[in-house]
Design a protein around this ligand. Structure first.
Ligand SMILES: [Zn+2]
Length: 159
């Protein structure tokens, strides 16, 4: 038996309440005078649903990134020029190899023109270089969601 901290009455089942700023273990009667303190909060079904929704959102974000086309590297101009020089080709010679005008090559190498997808592929093949990369954010996103992955998520994904 424990004694009520307010009236001293011996009681088997004390309540924890907040009375005038202090936490006391009191009997049923005295408990009515104070504010009951909530036990350690257990997430409510609503809170769980919200968390799941947030996780689902991250998944959607990740899938969006997966579908994003590879991006042209920011230093494509330098890469192309360096590769061309290594192969001892003039802009004109490289142009001939990929069936483009010399001016196209010089414009790209000076950063004044962004090659389109077809041109990127031709340049990559001709120079044996890589001019595209996955958007950087994608990697971060995969890592984060990968850690939070649960069987429930996998089932949801397949729906
Ligand atoms: Zn009491």
């Amino acid at each position: 038996m424990i004694a009520c901290e307010m009236c001293g009455k011996k009681c088997s089942n004390l309540k924890t309440v907040l009375v005038e700023g202090s936490i006391l273990n009191v009997c049923e009667n005295c408990g009515k005078l104070g504010k009951p303190i909530k036990p350690e909060t257990v997430p409510t079904p609503l809170e769980i649903a919200m968390r799941l929704e947030q996780r689902e959102k991250r998944f959607r974000t990740k899938n969006v990134f997966e579908n994003v086309e590879n991006e042209l590297v920011h230093d494509y101009a330098k890469k192309i020029k360096d590769a061309r020089m290594k192969m001892n080709l003039t802009p004109e010679e490289l142009g001939k190899r990929i069936n483009e005008k010399k001016t196209v090559i010089t414009k790209i190498e000076s950063g004044n023109m962004k090659p389109d997808e077809t041109l990127i592929k031709k340049l990559e093949t001709a120079l044996n270089i890589k001019l595209t990369e996955k958007p950087k954010t994608e990697k971060v996103e995969t890592k984060r969601t990968g850690r939070a992955l649960t069987i429930g998520d996998l089932i949801k994904r397949e729906e």
